[in-house]
Design a protein around this ligand. Structure first.
Ligand SMILES: [Zn+2]
Length: 383
């Protein structure tokens, strides 16, 4: 941390150019717990304070890497240029919390938390609640080093990232890299596999970033269908030797009912649905189970009711064939299923005959070649 209290009660910040020898002669204390602090003046990290060895603070303190300290410093300086009156590491006694930076924007109080280390869900929850209780908006920014790109427009996003995405009003992830001095804004996030998601991404150099645009404006996502189609192609060429329990259940069911191996799953189970983020299961698993239900009815010429498809989805969740990423309301689940059905209608796979009652348009077909399937993937998703 950069701030401490001196013996005579003065607040000190280590961001400016202090004389290091002078610092060594003084005593510093933690603003939160009152414990004595050491001044760290190494070459690896920016000058900072740390609790004396074997002493821990009464509040949670993120282990501060050089990356974290430098990022926090840059964010603080940036907020100053934005006239956002930033305060570095202020201790808020009432909630016993110390955000990295507090800033003011118009009538909003913001707690900017730059998160580079792991964060347990209960700690995240507690801190978020604490800020809200004080009327402060928590603004989480994740260390860019925690973000791994796996393919163009694809990122490895785990439960760590999803806690920030779910808490964000625009369901986005804002990252900051002190090395390239730029923000990365991930939005329109749609999972393909449990921990691999498609995302629209914007890179914004810090000198061009504004508080209003970054924190209070909905991101403008663009969906790259080509990136999504490539992910389907990679799936079709994968050996599928190590698969999860739920993928295996779907595999067996498709084989039994349609004599279709995993690599030949129909294009219709890879639909990019924004609300699909509610599912922890891969996209082809939750859509696969629904697809089988829809086509079972369709091949018999029976009507397909939306309520029945939703019911089927809930049944698979209950049977643990489909898992959820987070507890959600019935409405939220219903919206995801509706977006899926709407897409199938848009592509002419289903047609709505009465409100929320559908008929299957396509006749039953046998297995095509993988080339035919890939052509179909392309024509279905690239408009
Ligand atoms: Zn302390």
């Amino acid at each position: 941390m950069f701030s401490a209290v001196t013996e005579d009660g003065q607040m000190v910040h280590l961001l400016g150019a202090q004389r290091s020898q002078k610092l060594k002669q003084r005593r510093f204390f933690c603003p939160a717990c009152g414990g004595e602090l050491d001044v760290k003046l190494g070459l690896q990290k920016a000058p900072h304070f740390a609790h004396k060895q074997n002493k821990s603070c009464s509040i949670y303190i993120e282990p501060e890497s050089a990356y974290h300290l430098e990022g926090k410093r840059q964010l603080y300086v940036w907020l100053k240029t934005q006239q956002a009156s930033p305060l570095l590491e202020p201790y808020i006694k009432k909630i016993n919390q110390r955000p990295d930076i507090m800033a003011k924007f118009k009538r909003h109080m913001l707690a900017v938390e730059y998160q580079c280390a792991n964060l347990a869900p209960d700690v995240f929850q507690k801190r978020t609640e604490g800020f809200k209780q004080e009327g402060i908006i928590p603004q989480w920014i994740v260390g860019n080093s925690r973000l791994k790109r796996t393919a163009p427009s694809f990122y490895q996003l785990s439960a760590f990232h999803w806690q920030f995405i779910n808490a964000s009003p625009y369901r986005e992830l804002i990252c900051y890299c002190p090395e390239t001095r730029s923000f990365r804004r991930l939005s329109h996030i749609i999972p393909f596999y449990t921990n691999h998601s498609y995302s629209s991404v914007q890179t914004i150099p810090i000198h061009r970033a504004g508080v209003k645009d970054l924190f209070f404006t909905e991101p403008m996502p663009s969906f790259q269908y080509s990136g999504w189609t490539k992910a389907i192609h990679r799936f079709r060429h994968k050996p599928h030797r190590f698969i999860s329990k739920e993928t295996n259940r779907l595999r067996l069911l498709f084989y039994e009912k349609r004599q279709t191996p995993l690599s030949f799953l129909p294009t219709e189970v890879f639909v990019p649905v924004i609300k699909g983020a509610v599912f922890h299961s891969p996209v082809f698993v939750w859509q696969g189970f629904l697809y089988l239900f829809i086509t079972d009815l369709g091949y018999k010429g029976a009507p397909i009711r939306f309520s029945a498809v939703l019911q089927q989805c809930k049944l698979h969740i209950y049977k643990k064939n489909i898992s959820l990423r987070y507890e959600c309301s019935e409405d939220c689940l219903s919206e995801a299923v509706k977006q899926y059905i709407d897409f199938l209608c848009k592509k002419g796979f289903l047609r709505e005959t009465q409100k929320e009652i559908y008929m299957l348009n396509q006749p039953k077909e046998g297995i095509r070649s993988i080339q035919d399937l890939m052509e179909r993937d392309r024509s279905c998703f690239i408009e």
